[in-house]
Design a protein around this ligand. Structure first.
Ligand code: ZN
Ligand code: ZN
Length: 340
């Protein structure tokens, strides 16, 4: 599949291809050397180049070797001091994100970096010299501040993509299935999947209580569509996803497309995606999918969604940690509301 950001063919793969490979994607091969077990916090003190610590057979390197290579480049360019540690480099987001109980071995373009200490020139050097780095994002604002929009009347908060591509995916797992969820990481909240996710546990218990299968489910603050599309996997009869933020709506449509064989649907835009507003207000039906279930995608303010959609069995909302869920909950008038 073609990446909507960089038009390459290796950023976006259909979900079934990812799920087939994910269980062994990061494991060492028979020839991989043991992980070097570098300290993350002490001065690194080594100079790692692109052939160092690379496996002769699978050509992959441990994640810390990749980060050490980036660190060497940052020290060379004077951005970091000689006594900098691996932790100073930033946050590596592997794609495809999946929790593994061992140090992951990373292949070509396998990681997107979120960094505090970097400029455009260094970012471009990192992407061209370190083959494992797909893209470099500069963090702006505090680490706690979520990327995206807190509310439709607040200015959006986005990180800056300095070089390469920031489209990456996480594998999300529930009791009733797995999905591959892509997002443009400079414009969307970072949510790395963990072994146990409280949000998925809430969905699991709804599923066990029979509140998803054959039901109409609304995912009101959908982000990239994780909760709503998981309910679709769980046998919902109809799923309505809504978000005001254009990058979220674009991710939802991409995620329906990459997961289409798991969902059993065909999807399409109902509007020209190039003409979407950056932040929607009055909810507009922008995309649809049909097949084993019906999916509708709206762009708009959740507080107005009740006015345009049919009654639903449950409405899930997953607000940012800094948002007050009561502000949203009071506006839902079409059925039971659950704050995730
Ligand atoms: Zn790309
Ligand atoms: Zn190997």
């Amino acid at each position: 599949m073609i990446c909507p950001r960089c038009q390459s063919e290796d950023c976006v793969m259909p979900a079934e291809a990812v799920l087939d490979r994910i269980h062994t994607m990061y494991a060492a091969c028979g020839k991989c050397q043991p992980d070097p077990l570098f300290s993350k916090d002490e001065p690194f003190g080594l100079t790692i180049g692109s052939s160092d610590l690379r496996c002769v057979k699978c050509q992959r390197r441990p994640l810390d070797a990749v980060m050490g290579h980036v660190l060497a480049l940052l020290i060379r360019t004077g951005i970091l001091d000689r006594d900098a540690s691996l932790r100073d480099v930033g946050t590596p987001l592997i794609s495809f994100g999946y929790p593994v109980p061992y140090p992951p071995r990373i292949g070509n373009r396998g990681v997107v970096l979120v960094m505090d200490y970097v400029d455009k020139e260094a970012a471009e050097q990192i992407v061209s010299e370190v083959p494992e780095v797909r893209g470099v994002i500069k963090r702006t604002g505090s680490q706690e501040k979520s990327v995206g929009i807190l509310d439709t009347d607040k200015p959006p908060h986005a990180y800056e993509l300095l070089a390469g591509c920031d489209i990456r995916a996480d594998v999300v797992t529930s009791l009733f299935g797995e999905l591959c969820i892509y997002r443009a990481q400079s414009e969307m909240h970072i949510e790395f999947p963990r072994k146990s996710s409280p949000k998925m546990e809430i969905l699991d218990s709804l599923y066990i209580r029979g509140e998803i299968t054959n039901r109409t489910v609304v995912d009101g603050l959908a982000g990239p569509g994780t909760l709503g599309l998981m309910c679709a996997i769980g046998g919902a009869k109809k799923v309505i996803l809504n978000d005001a933020w254009r990058p979220a709506v674009e991710s939802i449509m991409l995620n329906i497309e990459v997961n289409r064989n798991l969902l059993g649907v065909k999807s399409g835009w109902l509007v020209d995606p190039g003409k979407l507003q950056k932040i929607g207000n009055e909810p507009v039906l922008v995309g649809k999918a049909g097949g084993s279930l019906d999916i509708e995608v709206y762009q708009g303010d959740f507080r107005r969604l009740s006015d345009v959609v049919e009654p639903a069995d449950i409405c899930l909302i997953d607000p940012f940690p800094a948002a007050d869920p009561k502000l949203f909950a009071a506006s839902w008038k079409k059925g039971k509301l659950i704050v995730i």
